[in-house]
Design a protein around this ligand. Sequence first.
Ligand SMILES: Cc1cc2nc3c(=O)[nH]c(=O)nc-3n(C[C@H](O)[C@H](O)[C@H](O)COP(=O)(O)O)c2cc1C
Length: 186
Amino acid sequence: MSNVLVVYATDYGSTKKMAEVIAAGAQDEGAVVVVKAAEEATAEDFLAADAVVFGSPVHMGGPDWRIKKLIDTVTSGLWMKDALSGRVGAIFATGSNFGGAGGGAELTMLSMMNNLAELGMVLVPFPKHTPGYRDGGLQWGAYAQTHDKDMQPQGANEAQLAAARHHGANIAKVAALTAGKLSFAK
Ligand SMILES: Cc1cc2nc3c(=O)[nH]c(=O)nc-3n(C[C@H](O)[C@H](O)[C@H](O)COP(=O)(O)O)c2cc1C
């Protein structure tokens, strides 16, 4: 059993939907999951979690400012205390993907992963054999393209949501293996 915290930013609901599906995947593996908007997440939420999952829409080629604010204001204090070192971290994102080359998806995902690594967290990737990977991911995490090629909103499709659910299950599996058992040298 593990405790998983899923934190997301959203304007139009797609990233929130992905967060809920990732939570469902973690619950499939027996995790107790808390899902919170970035504005609401507290240091106590992080301290109670064996695994933390950040999800962001791609905004102007990078992460949403609310995720960045959370990192700068809440997790920075936990970084000072090495409080999250050895815990599990993972990410997901949504974006319109305009232009066909990602539109900043990879940069957004890597930017959040960078922050998790800075916190000393054990990062869970998104393997290419995951069902739905072709439509719903990069090696860094689950990703939903929420617009068609003409920039019309379509939301996350079934394959992307299925992929996200597997990502959540994988995160919970790693968290259950490591929860309370892993500590790095200090
Ligand atoms: C201010 C703003 C900037 C955006 N910039 C990008 C971008 O650079 N690349 C991209 O692929 N999508 C971009 N998008 C599209 C969103 O990433 C996409 O619609 C996302 O799924 C929205 O998530 P939400 O429904 O959770 O708000 C942008 C959307 C907004 C509102």
